[in-house]
Design a protein around this ligand. Structure first.
Ligand SMILES: Cc1cc2nc3c(=O)[nH]c(=O)nc-3n(C[C@H](O)[C@H](O)[C@H](O)COP(=O)(O)O)c2cc1C
Length: 292
């Protein structure tokens, strides 16, 4: 999560038993290097960097993760194929974020270590298939570990993902409302206030983004209906995640968040969030076992 998943958040997640991921977004290698160093000040446990393939700095970020011996990368918005050999030689594990069976199979053939199957309930850039439908299809299609993402914020969601065949879960929106997350309080409060139908998908085919409804999403929908060009939409969206996440502009900023926002009601430390997830998972597992 660009601007949001900084070293503070990733470090707290790894320290608490998860695998924290720094969202590199479009950031320069100098900025990402500082975030990597922050994680290492917080914990010596494994962590990862999300490499955004539309960034102008992809090559430099790949070189940086190799140089800094980052144990894991996740990749979004592109195919890491051409970097696989170098990453593998450096023993960096590669988990691309995928929204279709075909891409999951292609990436497995190219040698990635696992697949993050992301359903369209999630916040930010989304595909077309729900987590419930996508995860088991990808699990059936590949022989490498599958991590489920999209719409998971408590132990029930985690158990459901495991029941669908996932080996683990990737969680975004819930961690925005972590004490350690540097996102502006106004952004966090919008997630806490959100009800079931308060997110909306904006953009056009291939560029769909889920965020909490506000003036910006209304403007997006108006312009899409008017048939404006992708370039004009791109200009409207430029810098808007930062505007919401850092400056707290909840009217014209992009409050990217998933449908699960409605189930997030508080801001608490990462350790407490992970504890609740695991305890909720165990409790739910017992309930399920008692049914039959
Ligand atoms: C604000 C925000 C920013 C995100 N940015 C990225 C990103 O830069 N790269 C990426 O691969 N996924 C990104 N995601 C997706 C998350 O990594 C994760 O897969 C998703 O949030 C999981 O679904 P959930 O939001 O329902 O928990 C973003 C999600 C959010 C909410």
């Amino acid at each position: 999560m660009a601007w949001i998943a900084t070293g503070e958040l990733a470090g707290a997640v790894s320290k608490s038993g998860g695998l924290g991921i720094i969202g590199a977004g479009n950031a320069s290698p100098e900025i990402v290097e500082k975030e990597i160093d922050k994680v290492r000040e917080i914990t010596d446990r494994p962590f990862g960097v999300n490499v955004y393939y539309l960034s102008p700095h992809v090559e430099e970020i790949i070189n940086l993760v190799i140089e800094k011996k980052v144990p894991v990368i996740t990749t979004g918005a592109g195919n890491p194929g051409k970097h696989l050999a170098a990453l593998k030689e450096a023993k960096v594990k590669i988990f691309p974020v995928v929204a279709s069976v075909a891409l999951a199979k292609r990436l497995e053939r190219s040698g990635v270590d696992g697949i993050i199957a992301e359903g369209m309930e999630c916040g930010g850039h989304i595909g077309e298939i729900t987590t419930m439908a996508l995860v088991p299809q990808i699990v059936d299609a590949v022989d490498i570990p599958v991590i489920a993402a999209g719409g998971i914020a408590d132990g029930r969601g985690m158990l459901a993902a495991i029941a669908l065949g996932a080996e683990g879960v990737q969680i975004g929106t819930r961690f925005i409302c972590a004490t350690e997350c540097i996102a502006n309080e106004a952004y966090k409060n919008e997630i806490i206030k959100a009800k079931d139908r308060d997110t909306v998908v904006t953009g056009v085919h291939g560029h769909h983004v889920r965020c909490i409804k506000n003036k910006l999403t209304k403007e997006f929908i108006k312009r899409v209906e008017a048939g404006v060009s992708i370039e004009e939409l791109g200009e409207l969206g430029a810098g808007k995640l930062k505007a919401a996440a850092i400056d707290g502009d909840i009217e014209m900023g992009s409050i990217m968040a998933g449908q699960i926002s409605a189930m997030i009601n508080d801001i608490k430390p990462v350790e407490a969030i992970i504890y609740e997830l695991i305890e909720g998972y165990k409790k739910e597992l017992k309930r399920v076992q008692n049914i039959f």
